[in-house]
Design a protein around this ligand. Structure first.
Ligand SMILES: Nc1ncnc2c1ncn2[C@@H]1O[C@H](COP(=O)(O)OP(=O)(O)O)[C@@H](O)[C@H]1O
Ligand SMILES: [Mg+2]
Length: 133
């Protein structure tokens, strides 16, 4: 995995905006890291890189935010079973041909596509984040 050391939220945003250029329709990217690491910050940058102008907010309570057919942003923090995830239609989103970003993917391990990309964030200071990808 390659590593990028981000020095601010803006830095992470710009990095993610560039990273978005490497993504193709149908890709799933797992976003890993503790609460506050910057997973949603990455999602904001990726959305911008894909040309999405809508404001990207954390889907923690909605579980999934859809940005047209282009980007689906999942937050599985509060998902307690794969049955619940299926009932929420998660499997359909993975088949829909958009780019899927998944926070707390360990809660839906059995439903993930076979091949996923991954971005791992580690806090290295107040504003420093190690981004492995
Ligand atoms: N280098 C950085 N990259 C990303 N976020 C940062 C950075 N430095 C500080 N932050 C702050 O950390 C928080 C990250 O929040 P968020 O993206 O919602 O995290 P998560 O989705 O992983 O819980 C934001 O308040 C952001 O401003
Ligand atoms: Mg988040």
């Amino acid at each position: 995995m390659a590593v990028y050391l981000s020095r601010s939220a803006d830095d992470t945003f710009e990095w993610a905006k560039n990273y978005a250029k490497t993504l193709r329709a149908g890709d799933t990217v797992l976003l890993e890291g503790e609460m506050g690491a910057g997973k949603t910050a990455i999602a904001k940058g990726i959305a911008a890189g894909l040309g999405i102008t809508e404001e990207v907010t954390s889907p923690t309570y909605a579980y999934i935010n859809a940005y047209g057919d282009t980007l689906f942003h999942f937050d599985c923090y509060r998902v307690t079973s794969e049955a619940q995830a299926l009932a929420l239609g998660f499997a359909d989103y993975f088949e829909a041909g958009g780019i899927c970003l998944v926070e707390w993917s360990e809660n839906i391990a059995g439903l993930l596509p076979e091949r996923c990309k991954k971005i791992v964030l580690k806090k290295r200071g107040e504003e420093e984040r190690e981004i492995s990808f």
